[in-house]
Ligand binder design. Structure first.
Ligand code: BGC
Length: 825
């Protein structure tokens, strides 16, 4: 069944939404550097600079009624009727509606009564501006004189204050208007050195800056006074709620089209004085900004630059293979989502309010795995930022704010998996780039006071490599009675809280309990540690430090022995031991008998090479797999269990309580690749793939172009319904699965290792991979219909010696093109 709400336009790398009343607002992101916008298919959303909590430029009310109201709106007043090209907020019927979701832009087009209005919104690379290019076309046989009204509601930058502290905010709002530019200058007089400007390059005939004047007090956005009256009032906001609105009057002959732009910018004063006269903001930077974006061709050039940047980014990895979902997702949408998760971690989406969580430590380290091939330099900086939020004993702040890069003290640390992800991300970066210098970068610890230099900056001493050692040592030091790693507040599964024991609804499951002296252990962390320790040992091999490699492998061997001795339940891996020493995830329990995470990580960490790794994956197939993905555990918990925490607080079938948590599905897919079953890997991949959900979209409900965090499991009445799209570790890990697992193109220290694991029915595939500046054109053929196993590799016509089971193609000089022919068998 076709999706009634839209379709992919693979040629143009767009998703085309053809009905505005999607089952949930479908989102896109604008911006990839400092200025970001969230933009739904009806123009809803908001804009912020770097940090959705601390620098919110425009206002948005989450979970509003109606949902998703507030955004970058255009009202059209034409012949007595009022409508929006994006349908909302007026919701007047449109003769035609389309939203083209593109890479870093959305183009929303509405047509009614012979007038077509199209709004292309994007943030060009490297600029703090959101551009709306608007084209208005008269498709009727007669002359038309429509009026357009733009609308944004300004936010007072600090999003929580903006949405809560009205005794202050109703009094602070200030604006200035100069020509077609509206300046939002609230708090400039005090500690801010920035403002927001909203300007228009079209024929502006009026403006409003007061929400009361534009919307009214008792009216909603769908019945806003000014567009319905057809005339701007020229209002100046004094306190209350400043907005930006322009009135644009057009006169169009039949067939005529006019194009102009609205520009929304974040302007920093830098060293300029704040005021040019008493109470008058110094607007020099703002004027330069408006002039720059009003110049003929500026917006078109910026859009071309955006498209070019995505060509470049996606050129780093391209595949042609027999599966259309793999091709589409891996080439475009999966990588696109990896950019969003890298930029925003778990901060701002339609499910994350931009106020709660900043950058997650474990999240950002994992996000990096799917991004590092795109812009390695940014990944490098991220590693150093992350490491700097670690404490000297190995504890990591679980989250930090992107603007300040300081750890969030409310949540604190003591999630005993966090530090290990830093080992994986750092090694992934070094393998991708060959840049071992990053290991020597001083990044210090958050709890150490370093000498202050003359320029005010501190001089941290310990290197990134020191952090990796600290991380390994931390797990070694924090082991429980079975020799397995302690869990702390939680491991990857934030809701498995074995030290919480909360009977009080007003406290956080994660941080309420005390972890000091706890005995609760995690088998998942054990598997993760095995993988991380092997990565670090391999790094030492590469650095020519065999004794360090040997030492780390010794530590790994200790944890491996404990895992294999105490982590096995009989048919699968246990999940944990609780604080009282009772096993979690055991056949002996009535609920929560088998969990997915430890099955995945023990395999990825190399435990159970005696056959138990495979047996555990088979158990996942038997007990946890569904057509919509693998559920997190079974049977679902039906009662609250104090000793297990938040996981048992959810209704059965959702989130961590037996929901399909797509993120951890990927570890199973990757594990099947390691064990050589490409049919299962691909089947698993497709079971959670959004582009494969179009035929059940009214159940699935979310965007078919990006992964969601969860899909309701069979224990839920809403089985198959997705939640929390966009900001999920599923994006990065799926890219690892498809690029390194299934297609088997694996960055390694010495070069590119080629070790595919594909469905037996695939005759082959092609991958173009940029790696350390060279381009590899890889052709894989599968004459014998195998899943895994490399028979030969020929590089530029010369056979690679000993190319069995994944030989490494040596890194070629930057700028060269390398032809790699691989035969499986
Ligand atoms: C968090 C992750 C966590 C996962 C599983 C997500 O919401 O961002 O850090 O690992 O939930 O609980």
């Amino acid at each position: 069944m076709a999706n009634p709400y839209g379709h992919f336009d693979d040629e143009r790398r767009e998703y085309v939404i053809t009905r505005p009343d999607t089952p949930w607002p479908w989102l896109n992101y604008l911006g990839q550097d400092d200025l970001f916008g969230l933009c739904t298919n009806t123009g809803g959303g908001y804009t912020f600079w770097r940090d959705a909590k601390l620098r919110r430029l425009t206002r948005y009310r989450y979970n509003n009624v109606p949902l998703d109201s507030g955004g970058r709106y255009l009202y059209v007043h034409d012949g007595g009727t009022v409508w929006n090209p994006g349908w909302k907020p007026v919701k007047a019927a449109l003769d035609r509606y389309e939203c083209r979701v593109g890479l870093g832009y959305s183009r929303i087009t509405g047509e009614r009564d012979g007038l077509e209005v199209s709004q292309l919104v994007f943030v060009p690379p490297g600029h703090d501006v959101e551009l709306w290019q608007v084209s208005v076309r008269n498709t009727s046989p007669g002359r038309k004189q429509p009026r357009l009204f733009s609308f944004v509601e300004f936010a007072f930058y600090e999003a929580l204050v903006d949405l809560t502290n009205y005794q202050r905010t109703y009094s602070i709002g200030e604006v200035e208007v100069e020509g077609a530019a509206i300046y939002h200058v609230t708090e400039l007089r005090e500690r801010r050195d920035h403002y927001t400007v909203f300007a228009c390059t079209g024929p502006v005939t009026g403006f409003d800056t007061s929400r009361e004047a534009f919307v009214g007090v008792h009216e909603g956005l769908h019945e806003a006074r000014v567009p319905f009256s057809g005339r701007a009032t020229g209002s100046i906001a004094h306190g209350w709620n400043p907005i930006g609105s322009h009135e644009v009057s057009l006169d169009l002959e039949p067939g005529e089209e006019q194009t102009f732009a609205f520009v929304l910018g974040f302007v920093q004063q830098g060293d300029l004085p704040k005021f040019e006269a008493p109470q008058v903001a110094d607007k020099r930077r703002g004027r330069e900004f408006v002039a720059r974006w009003s110049a003929p061709g500026a917006v078109d050039e910026a859009f071309a630059a955006l498209n070019h940047s995505w060509d470049e980014l996606l050129d780093g990895f391209r595949v042609e293979c027999p599966d259309p979902h793999v091709t589409r997702m891996a080439n475009t949408w999966n990588q696109y989502q990896c950019m969003a998760t890298f930029n925003l971690s778990r901060s701002a989406s339609l499910f994350e309010s931009g106020i709660g969580r900043g950058m997650g430590f474990r999240d950002s380290n994992q996000d990096l795995l799917g991004f590092v091939h795109m812009v390695p330099a940014r990944a490098r900086q991220r590693l150093l930022d992350l490491a700097a939020t670690q404490l000297s004993d190995g504890t990591c702040f679980h989250q930090y704010q992107p603007l300040t890069k300081k750890g969030n003290a409310d949540v604190g640390g003591d999630f005993y998996d966090d530090h290990l992800w830093l080992v994986l991300s750092t090694c992934a970066y070094v393998k991708e780039t060959g840049d071992v210098s990053v290991l020597d970068e001083p990044c210090g610890y958050a709890d150490v006071e370093y000498p202050v230099r003359s320029d005010g900056a501190t001089d941290p001493r310990e290197s990134l490599l020191h952090h990796l050692e600290t991380s390994i040592a931390y797990t070694m030091a924090k082991r429980g009675p079975h020799g397995l790693p302690l869990i702390g507040h939680a491991d990857w599964n934030d809701c498995l809280n074995l030290n919480c024991f909360s009977t009080e609804p007003n406290e956080s499951f994660q941080t309420a309990g005390d972890v000091a002296g706890s005995q609760a252990e995690s088998v998942m962390i054990a598997g993760l540690f095995l993988a991380a320790a092997e990565e670090l040992a391999a790094l030492y091999d590469h650095l020519g430090r065999p004794s360090d490699a040997h030492r780390v492998r010794g530590q790994r061997a200790e944890v491996l022995a404990a895992t294999e001795a105490h982590g096995w339940d009989g048919e699968w891996w246990l999940r944990a031991y609780d604080a009282a020493g009772a096993p979690v995830g055991t056949h002996a329990d009535d609920e929560g008998r088998i969990f997915v995470e430890s099955q995945g990580w023990c395999a990825l960490g190399g435990a159970g090479a005696d056959g138990r790794a495979r047996q555990a994956l088979e158990a996942v197939e038997t007990h946890l797999a569904t057509p919509n993905g693998i559920v997190l555990q079974q049977p679902a918990y039906t009662r609250y269990r104090l000793e297990l925490g938040e996981i048992t607080s959810y209704p059965p079938g959702v989130k961590e309580n037996a929901g399909i948590f797509c993120h951890n599905n990927t570890w199973i897919h990757l594990a099947w690749c390691r064990l050589g079953d490409g049919d299962r890997a691909l089947a698993g991949y497709l079971s959670v793939c959004p582009s494969a959900k179009e035929d059940q979209i009214d159940t699935y409900r979310l965007e078919p172009y990006v992964y969601a965090q969860t899909i309701a499991g069979p224990d839920s009445p809403t089985f198959g319904e997705a939640k929390n799209s966009w900001l999920t570790g599923t994006a990065a890990w799926t890219f690892v699965v498809v690029s390194q697992g299934i297609l088997g193109v694996q960055p390694d220290h010495a070069g590119l290792r080629i070790d595919p694991c594909i469905p037996r029915s695939w005759p082959g595939f092609r991958v173009t991979r940029r790696f350390r500046g060279a381009t590899y054109e890889i052709t894989v053929t599968n004459p014998d219909g195998v899943s895994k196993g490399v028979r030969s590799i020929v590089v530029d016509g010369r056979a690679v010696e000993g190319a069995v089971d994944g030989a490494v193609v040596p890194a070629a000089p930057a700028g060269t093109v390398v032809a790699v022919e691989v035969v499986l068998g």
